[in-house]
Design a protein around this ligand. Structure first.
Ligand code: ACO
Length: 311
């Protein structure tokens, strides 16, 4: 019977049909989805912190409204993804526990500091730009709830990317000081944004299996190349320079060749030793413990309501 179930599963994957929560699935398929979807959810939640840092200091009401909306969208993405993850038989509490204990990973990119307003532009443009490149293929991922979540998430990411690019465009056409601020933000965020798309295919332990299961539809290196090819002309358009002396258009491949990434820095950040890892984790753990009375009160209220209904 197991063989039969497996054959049905394989056939669905081959036919590009979605796997739904109640369908039979190999245990490893379930596990790797919990791993990736929860890492994705944690990234959205931790990702609120670097930008949340600038909400009170946005330079105008219009910028503040847009930034607030963006950060709020990220909370929504996180909750949506936690729900998708829960359909695989893990509880929200377990997922939070994994984040707070440091057992679960979240994206390396959110461990870098946001030191000037231009960082809001660079994050929207580059980080959300890379996120879209990564997530559009995931709308065609094989697990139904994840694929459907990605449709809405990508629409919102597209607004995030444009609000960031518009900030960069405005700064880049401003005073010399503003232009310098935009260039400095690009210099600091460029390489971490490339690293965000994950280790090279040769180093990526999960890619091969995840491609077979159609969890991933493109490899890390494919996504990175696509991100570079898309972003370089955008930088040129607003007169900023990509901080890579080896970046060069290749007439033969019709793609950009680019310099080596500092993979040592990447793994240091992934292992918890980036510039802001500790601050990010402390912020999340504090929010959790400070919110305990709210959760307790909500539970007590719900219990009382239930008692009322019974009597
Ligand atoms: N930051 C932290 N950890 C990473 C990163 C990163 N940028 N990239 C890869 N890793 C980890 C993987 O989680 C894996 O560790 P694990 O086995 O403990 O889980 C290890 O490095 C090896 O990497 P891969 O084998 O390439 O892992 P995977 O196949 O999962 O690919 C990727 C990584 C591309 C990030 C994939 O998980 C993915 O597409 N995730 C969904 C998108 C996402 O999480 N985005 C978060 C940022 S976008 C945003 O929130 C705005």
């Amino acid at each position: 019977e197991m063989k039969e179930l497996e054959a049905i599963f394989d056939q669905k994957i081959a036919n590009d049909e979605k796997i739904e929560p109640k369908d039979w699935m190999p245990e490893k398929y379930r596990k790797t989805h919990i791993r990736q979807i929860s890492q994705h959810a944690h990234s959205e939640i931790v990702g609120m912190l670097p930008e949340g840092n600038w909400i009170t200091r946005a330079p105008s009401l219009r910028r503040k409204v847009a930034l607030l909306a963006k950060v709020q969208d990220e909370a929504g993405h996180g909750l949506y993804l936690y729900s998708a993850c829960e359909t695989l038989g893990v509880t929200r509490e377990e997922l939070y526990e994994q984040l707070h204990s440091g057992e679960a990973k979240y994206s390396s990119i959110f461990n870098y500091p946001t030191v000037t307003w231009a960082d809001m532009g660079a994050i929207g443009w580059l980080v959300d730009g890379a996120a879209i490149i990564n997530q559009v293929p995931l709308t065609a991922t094989s697990f139904g709830p994840y694929a459907r979540a990605m449709v809405r998430v990508c629409k919102e990411e597209s607004f995030h990317q444009r609000q960031g690019f518009e900030i960069m465009m405005t700064l880049a056409s401003g005073t010399q000081e503003q232009k310098d601020m935009a260039q400095d933000a690009l210099n600091r965020w460029w390489w971490p944004s490339l690293m965000m798309l994950g280790p090279t295919d040769a180093e990526s332990v999960h890619t091969e299996q995840s491609m077979k299961w159609k969890l991933k539809r493109k490899t890390n290196d494919e996504l990175r190349q696509q991100f570079i090819d898309q972003t370089v002309p955008q930088a040129e358009l607003i007169g900023l320079t990509i901080p890579d002396p080896n970046l060069k258009w290749n007439e033969e491949t019709k793609r950009y060749d680019f310099g080596a990434l500092d993979w040592d820095e990447f793994w240091q950040v992934v292992k918890g030793h980036g510039p802001c890892n500790k601050a990010r984790m402390d912020a999340r753990k504090n929010a959790w413990s400070k919110g305990e009375w709210v959760r307790d009160a909500a539970m007590a209220y719900a219990e009382k309501q239930e008692l009322k209904l019974e009597t």
